[in-house]
Ligand binder design. Structure first.
Ligand code: G4P
Length: 289
């Protein structure tokens, strides 16, 4: 599912999340472990205000493990807890409760001092489309919850899902828009399957992917396309891949279109192994996330 975000949709999404915020103690912000910044919402902090949040780096099974560890350390420096999870396989689920308790420790102590009885922690999941919100809800609920939250015009009362005795989760996630301001973010979203290819030019996505692999994982690139020596310029590289794959047009020219599609498909299908496209080092120190 890909939502085309227009200002009206953004305002509505923001309103819906703001409404639900009042019901919960904590936000589970779901991002893609391969692109924690590019898959986050640019206005998240402004929208959730002071609400405590736990960052869940989902699809960690597809990210570069070392980079994910760097991200976790990066968030910790800012006083934020982030966990690597794989909602599809149910990995990292047990840590969610522990981390939530840690984040809400002070509030729970204050409640206790006021004589309030301890109650289950109320949480909601928020994130951009396709980041794995429904998968995570179903994992935590241990059953399939209908995806009505994503259908426009479908309104119904919020239901709480009990996750053990200590946690209650809203059954519909908050859906927010991804960042769009620069094309690089768009390429990263496309390469991880968060947005449809039709929204961007396939050649541009492939070019970005190729450049990334060329600088970060040259060995994997050479191996995958059987290239003995990597040329330094991208056009020659494109040409060599086309020839190596046998993608030649009737006019005996390299078929760039087919080659671009192949490169993008191979990246998505993890033919180059686990890749992380956002790294903490890309982040300017002054930017708060
Ligand atoms: P959303 O509610 O945020 O829109 O996302 P959703 O749960 O529908 O998940 C989007 C896609 O991401 C699904 O794949 C889902 O299986 C996959 N996914 C979710 N969490 C993980 C994870 O931790 N690891 C991996 N590898 N994949 C994950 P799909 O191809 O759209 O559907 P399907 O393959 O499940 O049929």
């Amino acid at each position: 599912m890909t939502i085309q975000w227009f200002p009206g949709h953004m305002a509505k999404a923001r309103r819906e999340v703001t409404e639900k915020l009042k019901l919960v103690d904590i936000i589970f912000e779901l991002v893609d472990a391969r692109i924690p910044v590019s898959s986050s919402n640019p206005m998240l902090k402004e929208i959730i205000q002071q609400k405590p949040r736990l960052i869940l780096l989902n699809k960690a099974d597809m990210a570069d493990r070392h980079v994910t560890e760097e991200w976790i350390a990066h968030y910790a420096k800012q006083g934020l807890i982030a966990l690597a999870v794989n909602s599809q396989a149910g990995k990292g689920m047990n840590q969610i409760m522990k981390a939530s308790e840690e984040i809400l420790k002070d509030k729970r102590l204050r409640d206790k001092a006021k004589g309030l009885r301890p109650r289950a922690i109320k949480a909601m999941i928020i994130g951009i489309p396709n980041v794995g919100k429904s998968t995570l809800i179903n994992r935590l609920a241990k059953r399939n919850i209908a995806k009505t939250g994503n259908m426009p015009g479908v309104t119904r009362s919020q239901q709480w899902i009990k996750v053990g005795k200590e946690l209650e989760l809203l059954d519909t996630p908050g859906i927010l828009w991804p960042k769009f301001e620069d094309p690089v973010t768009g390429y990263k979203l496309a390469l991880t399957g968060a947005i449809k290819d039709t929204l961007l030019n396939m050649q541009d996505i492939a070019e970005f992917g190729l450049e990334f692999l060329h600088s970060r994982y040259p060995g994997r690139l050479m191996e995958q396309y059987q290239i003995a020596e990597l040329p330094t310029d991208l056009l020659t590289l494109f040409k060599e891949i086309a020839i190596s794959m046998g993608y030649i047009t009737n006019e005996n020219e390299p078929d760039y279109e087919k080659t671009a599609e192949k490169i993008v498909r191979d990246i998505r299908m993890q033919k180059f192994g686990n890749l992380s496209f956002d790294e903490p080092d890309d982040e300017p120190e002054s930017v708060e996330i």
